[in-house]
Structures are given as C-alpha cells and as structure tokens.
Design a protein. Structure first.
Length: 288
C-alpha cells in the first residue's frame, strides 16, 4: 500500500485519501458499536446484538465484511472455556444487569476495511471499568515498541508481561493462532460478497495473498507469539486488539495501527484515529 510506505504526518492531520478512507469506515464501525450498545437491555441475546450490528451497517451501505459481527456477554467476554473456533460465534446467552459485553465487527465499505472491538457493561461493573482503564498502557506500549522496530513477537511478549504485572490473563491468545493483530487491506468490491465461516471471501483472499507474499519475504500478516512473527513491523495497516481477562470478565479495544517505512519515529507508526470511544474515556478520566 503505497500511501503508508512513505512518511505520513498523523499529528498534522495530513492523512492521505487512502488513510482517510480507512479512518471513515473505522469511525462508522465505532458509531455502530455505540448505537447498538445504547440499545442493549436485560434479556437481549448475543445473536440479537450481532444482528443489530449487521442491520445498522447494512442500512448505511455496508455489503461486505472482513468478518461478520460478533457479540460476547458475561464470562464469554473473557473466552472462558473456549476450545474451538465455533465458540466465538454469537449464542443465546442473555445480557444481565452488571454484565460486561464486547461488540466486534469488521465491515468493508467502499473497498476500505475496519476491524474494531468495543467493550462495555450494562450498568455498574468495577472490574470491567478497571480493565478498560488498564488497557491504555497497552496502547502506549504497542505504539512505542513498534516505533522502535522491535520484532512483533517480542512486542507480543512485552504485552504479556504487562498483563501479568497488572494481574490479568492474556485472552487474545485464545484467538486462532493466538494473534494480537492482523493486517488489513483494500478489498475489491463486488455486487455479491459471500462469506465463508463468518468471513468475507474477498477479504480472506487478500489475507491469504499476504500470507504467501510474506512467507516468501520472511514476514507474516498475523501478529502472534510464534516464530513466524519474529520480524520487525511490516509497513501497512494492522488491526490491533489487546484483550485482558480477569475472573470471568474480559475487555479489549481493537483499532488500526498504521506502520510506514519512515525514518522519523513519530511518522514510522501511529494510530489511525485518536477520536475513539476508549481514547475519549481515558482523556475524561484524566480530566476528572
């Protein structure tokens, strides 16, 4: 992606048209998450919450997906006893007062991809609130070490160590290949966009192409704890999702990190957008 392999000033707001396209669909996805979260009430199921996300986005022109929306309630936000991929799909679990929830969606709009995770709770939940607050340190650590060009596998291990110091369990390790992040790219738009096991086939083709291309060049589009991620950050867009768990409660954020080949540390990596719900929350906590 040429627009992110050269210096781009995020601080000055000088995003390329390409990056603005990704930012717009990411903002659309977060707007969906906030709108659906505001409608959640006791008794609603994960399946209903996932359907609400799909319908909200389709009403606004989304016709393709990196993956269809997910919703997890209660101890499922911490992936308790998850053993097989099918357990990630929405269930008939009902939301209860004080219960944490995660909404996760990856729409494709006008060829641009987003993959976001939104954590919330229905009413008061001090454990959930603490998890969300402590996620800020992970966002700062990831950006700092990507700018230092540390190998992705080492950054993953540093995130693990920070979680241990905070007293939490690493729950992104439960994802396929234990990934904390994956690359996202433009997706060719088609009139009919089928899905396979909940994933858009066009997006899967792009990821498979990255896997083959990266294998030849010694890098992977999957950011994992394994040896295939033992390489410096590859220029491009990465959907990053550190996921904390504590005694049956989980919380995460997921958003796009831009990596370039710039020699300037500030321009070599930056979060695509700082006007996101979890970032605003941290800013409000500091201002209080």
């Amino acid at each position: 992606m040429a627009s992110v392999t050269s210096a781009t000033s995020a601080a000055a707001g000088a995003l390329s048209a390409e990056l603005r396209g990704f930012r717009e669909v990411q903002r659309l996805a977060y707007a969906c998450a906030e709108a659906v979260a505001a409608q959640l009430k006791p008794g609603i199921t994960e399946r209903a919450a996932a359907r609400m996300q799909r319908e909200w986005l389709r009403e606004r022109g989304v016709r393709d997906w990196f993956h269809l929306p997910f919703a997890w309630f209660g101890d499922r936000t911490a992936f308790v006893d998850f053993r097989i991929p099918l357990q990630f799909f929405p269930t008939d679990r009902e939301l209860e007062p004080g219960m944490s929830f995660i909404l996760d969606m990856a729409p494709v709009h006008n060829g641009f991809t987003a993959d976001i995770g939104y954590s919330g709770c229905l009413g008061l939940n001090p454990v959930h609130d603490r998890l969300l607050t402590d996620l800020e340190a992970h966002r700062e650590l990831i950006l700092r070490e990507v700018r230092e060009r540390r190998p992705l596998r080492e950054i993953y291990e540093d995130v693990d160590r920070l979680m241990v110091r905070q007293g939490y369990a690493n729950r992104h390790r439960a994802y396929p290949f234990g990934v904390i992040a994956h690359k996202v790219d433009r997706v060719r738009q088609r009139r009919w966009s089928p899905t396979l096991f909940g994933f858009g086939t066009q997006a899967l083709k792009g990821l498979a192409s990255d896997v083959l291309h990266g294998h030849r060049e010694g890098w992977s589009p999957l950011w994992s704890p394994y040896t295939f991620s033992d390489h410096p950050p590859q220029p491009g867009l990465w959907a990053v999702e550190p996921h904390l768990g504590f005694r049956g409660t989980g919380a995460k954020f997921e958003e796009i990190l831009v990596v370039t080949d710039s020699k300037d540390p500030q321009e070599s990596a930056f979060w695509l957008d700082d006007d996101l719900p979890h970032v605003r929350r941290w800013q409000e906590e500091k201002a209080a």
